[in-house]
Design a protein around this ligand. Structure first.
Ligand SMILES: *Cc1c(COP(=O)(O)O)cnc(C)c1O
Length: 369
């Protein structure tokens, strides 16, 4: 820990508690876990097995590579679904690694059926339909053509029919109900199978959105799933930066690149070893974000550098902050969503941008309070 410039603490117990909470919320539906992008930057190798230990049995990743990496750490009876489906020619990898593809296009359906034919057995797949995002999934035209072609799914065991919401973080958005209606209609064109529709925000749109399987990611990691209400999820991440140097400066002294900030009064500046290379985005520096030492907020001043930020530490008594000390950048006082809002982005981007330079500490064995 002494060697590290900054410390990232990831509370696996909180992630497990968040999954339990969501599972309870969806009642008889099943709660999966989306662990793509290295579990939103928090470490899929740690997060996925922790959720499996909590009882989660279905996991979603985006890329085939991610599925290959996460599968060996999970119990045999867990299912790993790959959202992007097989890249052309890579269908065999899914069988070799025990992964279930999400089939998003007629081409992916055809390639999967051909593989099933070669193996001379049924192969499971999730079929995604596009209900209003124009991103992934069978288009309405493709779906109609598929429904009219009796042999199109021969050998494909449809384990699940899924779609994805475009505007779920805005509960009043009319697209939510429109997509739900199209999803219900689309299911009738496909073999009877469990249905999956809701991401984190979708779960909070109500029971009509739950269907058989929900796919939360963000909420598991503590990101608020409802914008207009207090965050019901437990916080997961604490980021602490280490003070490298303290200095006192005279009024008018410019600080950092571009001399973008000058102090008006005598000030004490703390240089902390977290920068944009660590995912502390440059845009955060131009915001009202702060670092915290106990209850005291220290404003970020000047531009974010690659390896450092500078704080105005004048609110603390001289000598209170010394090189080696840790300051809180994400934590009780300023959660992921608050940092994101100040930087003009979303919590998802803050988490997935977290750098690889942090010393990472996983809280696994601490009993939930
Ligand atoms: C990323 C993703 C999710 C998880 O979304 P959250 O908003 O993080 O809960 C669910 N489904 C699909 C298709 C996704 O791409």
């Amino acid at each position: 820990m002494h060697a590290a410039g900054a410390l990232l603490t990831i509370d696996l117990q909180a992630i497990r508690a968040n999954w339990r909470m969501l599972q309870a919320r969806v009642g008889s539906a099943e709660c999966a876990a989306v662990v793509k992008a290295d579990a939103y930057g928090l470490g899929a190798a740690q997060v996925a097995p922790a959720l499996a230990a909590e009882g989660c049995r279905r996991f979603f990743v985006a890329h085939l590579d991610e599925g290959i990496a996460v599968r060996p750490g999970l119990p045999q009876d867990a299912t790993v679904c790959v959202l992007h489906g097989p890249p052309p020619g890579a269908e065999g990898e899914f069988v070799a690694h025990g992964l279930v593809p999400v089939l998003n296009s007629r081409a992916q359906v055809d390639a999967w059926r051909a593989l099933a034919h070669r193996h001379d057995r049924e192969l499971s797949a999730v079929v995604q339909v596009d209900t209003g995002m124009a991103r992934l999934g069978l288009s309405p035209v493709e779906l109609r053509a598929l429904a009219g072609d009796a042999g199109a799914l021969r050998g494909v065991r449809v384990a699940c029919v899924m779609s994805h919401l475009a505007c779920a973080e805005q509960p009043e958005h009319p697209a939510n109900e429109a997509q739900r209606g199209r999803f219900i209609a689309a299911r009738r064109c496909l073999p009877a199978a469990p249905a999956s529709f809701a991401n984190s925000c979708g779960i909070f749109l109500g029971g009509g959105y739950h269907f058989d399987l929900v796919r939360p990611g963000a909420a598991l990691y503590g990101i608020a799933p409802i914008a207009a209400a207090p965050n019901p999820m437990r916080p997961v991440v604490r980021l602490q930066g280490r003070v490298v140097q303290m200095r006192s400066i005279e009024p008018g002294t410019p600080v950092g690149y571009g001399h973008a900030w000058r102090c008006e009064r005598p000030a004490r500046i703390a240089t902390v070893s977290v920068g944009y290379a660590d995912g502390w985005l440059r845009a955060i520096g131009e915001s009202s974000a702060a670092a915290w030492v106990g209850d005291v907020a220290l404003p970020l001043v000047g531009r974010v550098s690659m390896d450092t930020i500078t704080l105005d530490a004048s609110a603390l008594p001289e000598g209170a902050l010394v090189p080696g000390a840790l300051v809180d950048l994400i934590g009780d006082r300023q959660d992921v969503d608050a940092v994101a809002a100040r930087a003009g982005t979303i919590g998802y981007e803050i988490l997935t941008a977290l750098g690889s330079r942090y010393a990472r500490r996983y809280l696994a064995d601490v009993a939930a309070p």
